[in-house]
Design a protein around this ligand. Structure first.
Ligand code: UTP
Length: 316
């Protein structure tokens, strides 16, 4: 098995070019705002959260983007499409600045969409990408996970995957008491301080059983072998098909492959991220993202920071 995998890696080693963005979840933590509006469309300052995610994929060199959508998610497609009426109106007014903002999102990437009929879990959403992705490694970016554009993560993950093969997940140290909210990784060190080898994965463990405080966050670079595993993966925690369960099988297959011969899907590595990340599907994190990004904006920041300072000192 290993030899055919190596052959595949050395024969065709095209640069990873496809990004998959699962955005079909129901967003129940943000109700009622998300009753008729996708949570990915909620604005972070003046851009919908999803636009930051697509921009991140593009800046890591992935300009073919497949979004997994569902019912109520049409605004996502509209946002990345042209809006001729608005463009025409802004042109007539000679408002070049706003016109550029409107056109920015439709010129970003080559966008594709597929619907996940039933939201049967993140693993099932990723499986919906199989016909589009084919047999090359690909990236997955969760539509409600915002990585600060100044702390690049995906480009580093792509680099590690292109060197090591297999799959690469993003990990972040969290307070051990919070690990039950995440997928959690057992790891071994490598020669690089920000890269680890993943030996086991558990979805949302009790803190007492957690193998580490390394939480899986919403960025992945995956070997297409994950699709075959997802097809066989039974619904797990919460009755959903869990991506973590499929990745756990990849890591386990690599661990148990005889004499270091390796497995068909290759190893699972983790890149440890120490930058700024916000879960925009969580109300507290969403507010923190807005305040932080607004404070740091050149146009809005100075006035907003002054207001915030006086609000905190005088009213809190
Ligand atoms: P979440 O666990 O955040 O679930 O999904 P959710 O339904 O979106 O939000 P809450 O918990 O009800 O508030 C993680 C990611 O996986 C996608 C979501 O869109 C989100 O980006 N997802 C989840 C799917 O695309 N399909 C699914 O069936 C489930």
């Amino acid at each position: 098995m290993r030899s055919s995998y190596c052959l595949r890696m050395t024969q065709s080693h095209p640069r990873i070019s496809k990004a998959v963005i699962p955005a079909a979840g129901l967003g129940t933590r943000f109700l009622p705002a998300t009753k008729a509006t996708p949570k990915e469309m909620l604005p972070v300052v003046d851009k919908p959260a999803i636009q930051y995610v697509v921009e991140e994929a593009v800046s890591a060199g992935l300009s073919d983007v497949l979004m997994i959508t569902g019912r109520n998610k049409r605004p996502l497609e509209d946002h990345f499409d042209r809006n001729y009426e608005l463009e025409e109106a802004l042109s007539r007014k000679g408002d070049a600045g706003r016109l550029a903002k409107v056109q920015e999102s439709s010129d970003l990437a080559t966008m594709h969409y597929v619907r996940q009929g039933d939201p049967r879990g993140l693993g099932h959403a990723v499986l919906c990408a199989a016909p589009h992705v084919g047999d090359q490694p690909f990236a997955v970016l969760l539509g409600d996970d915002l990585i600060d554009p100044r702390d690049p993560l995906l480009a580093r993950m792509v680099e590690v995957q292109e060197r090591e093969g297999g799959s690469v997940i993003a990990l972040m140290e969290v307070d051990p008491a919070q690990i039950h909210l995440y997928g959690c990784a057992a790891v071994k060190p490598t020669g690089e301080s920000d890269v680890v080898k993943v030996t086991d994965l558990v979805e949302k463990p009790d803190p007492a059983d957690a193998p580490s405080n390394l939480a899986i966050i919403g960025r992945y670079v995956l070997d297409p072998a994950v699709f075959a595993i997802l097809r066989e993966t039974e619904p797990g925690r919460g009755g959903e098909i869990q991506l973590t369960d499929a990745l756990q099988k990849l890591a386990e297959a690599e661990q148990s492959a005889a004499g270091g011969a390796g497995s068909a899907g290759g190893a699972v590595h983790g890149v440890i991220f120490k930058g700024r990340r916000y879960d925009t599907g969580d109300r507290g994190d969403y507010l923190r993202a807005i305040v932080r990004l607004a404070c740091e904006r050149e146009d809005l920041g100075p006035e907003f920071r002054d207001w915030l300072r006086s609000y905190v000192t005088e009213e809190m």
